[in-house]
Structure formats: C-alpha cells, structure tokens
Design a protein around this ligand. Sequence first.
Ligand SMILES: Cc1cc2nc3c(=O)[nH]c(=O)nc-3n(C[C@H](O)[C@H](O)[C@H](O)COP(=O)(O)OP(=O)(O)OC[C@H]3O[C@@H](n4cnc5c(N)ncnc54)[C@H](O)[C@@H]3O)c2cc1C
Length: 460
Amino acid sequence: MRILVCIRQGLDGEINPFDACAYEEALRVKGAEVTLISMGPISVKDFLLRLTRLGAKKAILLCDKSFAGADTLATAYTLSLAVKKLNPDLIFCGRQTLVGDTAQTGPMLSVLTDTSLITNVMSIDEIGDTVTCTTRDNGIQTVTTPALLTIERINNLRLPSIMSKLGEVEVWSAEDIDADIEKCGLSGSPTKVVKTFENESGKRKCKYITAEELPQVITEALKKRNDELVKTVSNTQKLDKVFIIGEGPRTFAETISDNITVLSLTNANDLAEKITKLKPNAVLWGSDSLSKKLSAQVAAKLNLGLCADCTLLETDGEELYMYRPTLSGSVIAKIVSRTKPAMATVRTTQNGADIMVAAGYGAKDSLDTVRAFAEKYSAEMITTRKAVDNDILPYSMQVGLTGKTVSPLVYIAVGVSGAVHHIAGMQKSGTIIAINSDKDAPIFDYADYGIVADIGNIVI
Ligand SMILES: Cc1cc2nc3c(=O)[nH]c(=O)nc-3n(C[C@H](O)[C@H](O)[C@H](O)COP(=O)(O)OP(=O)(O)OC[C@H]3O[C@@H](n4cnc5c(N)ncnc54)[C@H](O)[C@@H]3O)c2cc1C
C-alpha cells in the first residue's frame, strides 16, 4: 500500500496541524510505504527532510518559480501532476491549512486525479481494495481505491525516535512534472486578491451585567431573527442571475441579485452540468462540510475560481467582490474571480441549537454547573481547543479554526479567554455573552454582554 501525504509548512515554520494528523494516520497503516509531498520554496526542503525521520522514506518538494502565488485550484493542478507520476493507492491531506483555511485543495485534487474522496475523516476503519472511514458530519463512508482522504485533528504526530533515520528529499521542477505553467502559480489562479485590510469586524461593545440579569438577556437575544444577523450591504447595482445551492446562502444572494435560483445539493456532476448549461453570473454555496466538498469538486471540474467562507458580498452589476477573513481571522481579503461564473462559499448559519454554551479551560472545575446551565436552556455544549487538548471535553465539541464554525442565536462563553483561533469559529453568533473572572480577558472585546465573575462563585 503506497500512501502519499500532502504537507504544507505553516507560517510558524511548523507542519500544518491537520497535515500532521494525516501523516500520523499514514504512519499507522501497517506495511504502508509513506511518501510526503509539498509545494513551496526551496527552504521547505530541510523541513521535509526533518519530517522523514518519523517514518516516510521519501519526500517530494515541488519547487519552481512558476508555482509561486498559487490559489487552491492552481495548487491542486500542480499536485495532481506529481500524483499521476507517483501513482499512490491512497492520498492523505489535512482537512485544511490554517493559512488558507479553505478545505478546497483535497477535494479539487481528487477530481484532477480521478480518485474517490472522503472528507472530514474522524477514523479510518478499514483499508483494502476499499476504504471505510467514519466522517465528522456524514456518517460512515466506503469508497474504492485509489482514494483521497482529508483528515480531521484526530491524533498527535509522533516524535522522532533516537534510532530514526533521515529519508531523502527529491526536488521536482515544472519541467519534471510536465506542467503547463499557464495553469500554475499566480498566473494560473482563477481567484485574485484585490486588497487586504485589518479585520475589526468581530469586535463588539460589551455591556457588563450581573449573573441575575442573565436570564432576561438570553430571552431578549432569542427574539432577534436569524437573518438580521447576516451583515448586509445595499448594492445599488445587481447581478442578473445568481444560483444558490440549498437555501442557506439566500440572505447573501439577496444582497447581490433579485433573480435567485435554488439548486439542491445533489452531486458534483449534476451541479456542474446545470451551471454550465444555465450560465448564472455567480454561484453561492453554504459552509457546511458537504457544500464545501461539492463546491471544490465543481470548481475543479469546471476550472472555476472558488472563494471560501465569504462574510460579505458586493457588486457593481458586473463584477462580484467577495470578502473573507484570512490569517486566523485577523485580516480581511477582498477577492475577485477571473473565471465566470464567480463562485463562493458563504458563512451560513449552521443548523444547530439556538443557544450554545462554550465551556473553556477556565470552566474545568465547574463542568457540572455549566452542563446543568446548558440543559436548563436546551443549549448545546461546545468547547475550546485547550479544554480538548487537556482531555476535559471531546474534539467533536471544539469550536474555532481547527474545530467547527458555529453561529447560534446566543453564544455563552464560560471560562473562555477569547483567543483569535477560537473567535474565528464563533464570531458570527447572534448575541455573545462572556463569563470570565479576568476583567481584561480578550473575550469581552468580542462580547455583547459580560459578567466578570468566578464561575464557581455565581449562580447561573
Ligand atoms: C494553530 C492553532 C490553532 C488553534 N485552533 C483553536 C481552535 O480551533 N479553537 C480554540 O478554541 N482554540 C484554538 N487554538 C488555541 C487557542 O489559541 C487558545 O489557546 C485556546 O482557545 C484557549 O482556550 P481557553 O480559552 O479555554 O483557555 P485559556 O486560554 O486558558 O483561558 C481560560 C480563561 O478562563 C478564565 N477563567 C479561569 N478560571 C475561571 C473561573 N473560575 N471562572 C471564570 N473564568 C475563569 C481565565 O481568565 C481565562 O480567560 C489554536 C491554537 C493554535 C496555535
């Protein structure tokens, strides 16, 4: 069994956390021959070499000046040529990178290499001529090999043993993989960043209240309707014809067009055919895991740009301007698509409880209190990565950059510090309430209401 693991070096110089999980899963497959592949500058060679100490015998670095500045589709194209040359049985990718945060490259690569696909893998249950995996949102799935799996944050990458040996790193250029350089790097990327600016949008003005006032604040917050929560702009010019896949993106679509057609979330072939035939100006998708997967597959099939996780759309009647948070949410990028129709996934309100209660690391000694509080309001319990890493609550409950994105009507953070990585997954919530013993905790900058108190000392 030959397994190819796609790896990206993060901005911190470390392996992208999801890719680390993909690598560890590959190393756990008995008898597998594991190869690493990465695209990047020549400095990545040493990083890959160090990673071979964990078990991969070989790593390939795709390095050529024509590869620089690639968006997800241009990256998937370049990787696909190397994959065809290596011909693995399985390709493992991390669910997403933290830099791009799109979750598109894996599904696009599966289309371009004609391999089966399972995304959001929580466990690999069986590997043979077929692969069976348990996924995060879509149950147990079985596909035939060759297959590509995108892996969630389900394990910890091993440390090198003292006996470990270095493998070898081969550097492949555009010529080595017969790449059409028009399809690589910046020039081959259908999406284009027009400008970037600092993101202040998540910040709110916090009103401090007492624990006694909390029930009244929750009741008032529940009265606000969901679609009032989506930030809208009034575009004077509109696009002629916009498709939405499922009802989720409707509120966004209404800001850019008066002519909206809904297609149901069927399969990538069917949707690609309809989009080609009916030629809309733009196609908007939701942000659930199925929409993310199908949108990336359709983009790869039709060679279209796809902007991920937009929080705002603008149009002058011709062009669609798509705004999305990037770099852990600290920066907003304004993006256009060079290909038509423009396609984007938009941050939609996920189906889920109206009220969510996040128990952070600071609530670790008061979990029973937080649980009883959540039950009283029929709320869903969620948590932070620090609580997960310390085995206080399970990963399935983790919200944030490396967890899930939620946007309930009411989000109540108990003992959560408000790190940007957590905020990225909850800042679209309706009303945000924070309970924290530290009056200077960053979470209060993102909250509408705050209670400064030790959770062990108040009644909620
Ligand atoms: C690459 C990367 C990705 C990440 N992805 C995520 C992610 O997806 N999701 C995520 O959540 N984090 C993520 N993190 C981690 C993130 O940076 C923070 O470390 C984490 O969110 C902190 O969790 P916390 O707020 O529960 O804990 P802490 O930072 O320890 O905060 C605990 C808070 O509880 C308060 N507190 C303590 N005791 C009490 C008490 N008795 N009563 C009331 N308040 C109390 C403290 O004042 C403090 O503000 C990521 C980090 C990195 C580097």
